[in-house]
Design a protein around this ligand. Structure first.
Ligand code: GLV
Ligand code: GLV
Length: 320
């Protein structure tokens, strides 16, 4: 059995140290994404490959996998960058890194919510670049505590975010999901249809994976149903929102503001968004904390270790 692993990009130092003790590997040493050639070499000649969520592991690449390849271990919870079906059809497992990044990602959703509602970036800019004077109606933003928040997608991150909203900020929580969430039901969240969520909520936060069904889940029609004071947060995947429609809605004040960590065509961002004050833009950093990025790496190593020992990965993903 080929027990050598290809790593498409260097992981945090503690993770590299754990890998040194756990298996043999080659790593792309450069501070850039692996090239397509490097990815092909990885799937052709190794027993497992550790991929980043911006490595595009499509069916073409998977069709070039060598007979040794047993696992594609993604460093991230989302796995829309991998053609899981094509991998599984060739008997290749796919794994991800759930749970360890749930708090960090829910936290960045709150970061964006606060920044957008209370105009943090605008305020910081004013202080740095000009002068300010307190006044009764200066720099007004939106109340957060006690308001109604809608969660779209009640998986681990959505549920965690909803509990933080209810328990920390006394928010009324509505959710739209194809599943029931015990965690959300335990805080008396209301499960509703999408339209009801869109019309009733002051804040709306997206927590669905990207699939053909969730692409452009939020477009012009959905934005038009939201309150004119609504604030939309996306820490899931960019294409869940029609980004051009969002830019238009923010320009026309169809909704009040947005906070985005992910984009439809990363790393490109709709140029109009960059000109607007009522949107806060972060560069896909939901899980980017020192502790979380280490823990994601430790989990990747466990998944690889399991498969190299002939077992199933601990965090196996499949297409439904
Ligand atoms: C981050 O976007 C992840 O999927 O882990
Ligand atoms: C991701 O971990 C989710 O299920 O929300």
């Amino acid at each position: 059995m080929n027990k050598k692993v290809y790593v498409t990009r260097r992981l945090p130092e503690k993770v590299m140290q754990l890998m040194n003790k756990t298996f043999e590997y080659d790593v792309n040493p450069e501070p850039r994404l692996a090239t397509r050639e490097e990815l092909i070499n990885g799937v052709k000649n190794y027993g497992a490959i550790i991929t980043m969520l911006n490595d595009n592991i499509d069916s073409d690449i998977i069709s070039m996998a060598g007979p040794d390849l047993k696992l594609i271990a993604n460093y991230g919870v989302g796995f829309n960058n991998i053609d899981v079906k094509a991998a599984n059809e060739r008997g290749i497992y796919v794994s991800n890194t759930p749970d360890v990044l749930t708090d960090a990602t829910a936290d960045i959703a709150f970061t964006l919510l606060f920044a957008a509602a209370r105009r943090v970036i605008e305020g910081d800019n004013i202080v740095r670049t000009s002068s300010f004077a307190w006044a009764p109606e200066y720099m007004l933003g939106y109340d957060i505590t006690g308001k109604t928040i809608g969660i779209i997608g009640a998986g681990r991150i959505g549920a965690n975010f909803g509990r933080k909203a209810a328990l920390g900020f006394n928010m009324k929580v509505l959710y739209y999901s194809h599943r029931n969430s015990e965690q959300l039901d335990s805080i008396d969240a209301e499960k509703v249809e999408l339209d009801e969520l869109l019309t009733r909520c002051d804040f709306i936060s997206l927590h669905v994976p990207l699939t053909p069904e969730t692409k452009h889940l939020i477009g012009a029609a959905e934005l038009a149903k939201m309150k004119s004071t609504a604030i939309l947060i996306n820490t899931a995947r960019g294409p869940v929102i029609d980004e051009k429609a969002l830019a238009e809605a923010l320009t026309q004040k169809v909704i009040a503001a947005a906070g985005l960590d992910v984009y439809e065509h990363e790393p490109d961002v709709e140029p109009v968004l960059k000109t607007l004050k009522n949107v806060v833009l972060m560069p896909h950093v939901g899980s980017a904390t020192f502790g979380t990025r280490d823990n994601m790496g430790f989990l990747v190593v466990r998944n690889v270790e399991a498969v190299l020992e002939g077992k199933e990965p601990v965090n196996m993903v499949r297409v439904k």
